[in-house]
Design a binder for this molecule. Structure first.
Ligand code: DP6
Length: 312
């Protein structure tokens, strides 16, 4: 039996749309921060047949099955039982699949002694879910051409940002990211412009991170997030992941920033707000978001490390 742990990551330059070829490659360069505190733990053991359990329940997950089948074929692996658990809500816009696939590939690599390096683990995690490629690395992470294997831009200690997550709903999302981004690619009139402008957003964010320029990172990260949500809203049928509380939290973050706090928001395919802060603003931001009507829970996460094998 082998166990691995991985954390979710939050994209600051978003991935929303795939290339039209095999391998689950994003259409645009993207960049994220890996969180600590929240985690997926995945245990792999020998078994007579494939079985996947999520949070203690046997689940028929076609993405997990497809990835394990591909790895089994490629490396001639025996059947395995896979038990995964998350210490945070699943499928609610908190990157549970990113953490899950990064932990899964890391656990299979170790259990079956495949000897993969980080880049190869990232590539296999990407085939499961492209954002999972980034959770293999810690700190500030890029997923860019030509290889589309995630690479570390800077370790977490380079710039100790903190993420305050405002949970506005515990419900699982209605339309998966995979289906939603394909709908946007096929139907949003803004999709081509999104693809054309992503390289500039990526370049600006990577410079802001290298120079620890919070105002510049705030500006480009909110832009990338709102461009992605504009694609969602202009898809046919429209995709809308926000609750009234998500909107109220965005306003509250803007007010906090106008009053001098170092904070910006980002939101994925779900209703939760992720407020990225400098550490000196985190207490104030957490307090303010907790008071927004409709916010059910606040989670706080400093930046974390990449996927790794752990003792039982
Ligand atoms: C909104 O990585 O879940 O979180 O590759 O189809 O599994 P698949 O999609 P997924 O999409 C993540 C979308 C996002 C933005 C991001 O993380 O970059």
């Amino acid at each position: 039996m082998t166990q691995a742990l991985a954390h979710p990551n939050i994209a600051l330059v978003k991935y929303w749309g795939k290339q039209d070829r095999a391998g689950n490659m994003p259409a645009t360069p993207n960049l994220s921060i890996t969180l600590s505190e929240l985690c997926a733990k995945t245990r792999v053991s020998d078994s007579d047949q494939f079985e996947f359990q999520l949070n203690g329940q046997v689940v028929d997950d076609s993405k997990v099955k497809t990835l394990v089948d591909s790895m089994t074929q490629e490396f001639n692996l025996p059947p395995m039982r896979i038990e995964s658990s998350n210490n945070f809500p699943t499928s609610a816009g908190l990157a549970s699949s990113a953490a899950g696939f990064a932990a899964l590939v890391t656990a299979i690599d170790a259990h079956c002694q495949l000897g993969m390096n980080q880049a190869l683990r990232s590539e296999w995690a990407r085939r499961g879910s492209a954002s999972a490629a980034r959770s293999v690395c810690g700190g500030f992470v890029a997923l860019v051409p030509p290889d589309w294997q995630a690479q570390s831009l800077a370790p977490s200690k380079h710039w100790p940002l903190e993420v305050v997550i405002a949970i506005t709903s515990h419900d699982a999302k209605g339309v998966s990211s995979t289906d939603g981004m394909e709908r946007s690619r096929l139907t949003s009139p803004f999709y081509n412009q999104w693809v054309r402008s992503a390289g500039d957003d990526y370049a600006e964010a990577s410079v802001a991170i290298a120079e620890r320029d919070f105002a510049q990172l705030a500006s480009v990260a909110e832009l990338s997030c709102l461009k992605m949500h504009s694609l969602m809203l202009t898809s046919r049928p429209a995709l809308s992941y926000w609750t009234p509380a998500s909107l109220a939290c965005m306003d509250r973050v803007r007010e906090l920033r106008n009053s001098g706090e170092a904070v910006f928001f980002t939101i994925d395919a779900g209703p939760q707000i992720k407020a990225v802060c400098l550490p000196e603003s985190a207490d104030q931001v957490a307090k303010a978001l907790a008071d927004v009507p409709g916010v059910r829970e606040i989670l706080r996460c400093p930046l974390g490390e990449g996927a790794r094998v752990i003792d039982d």
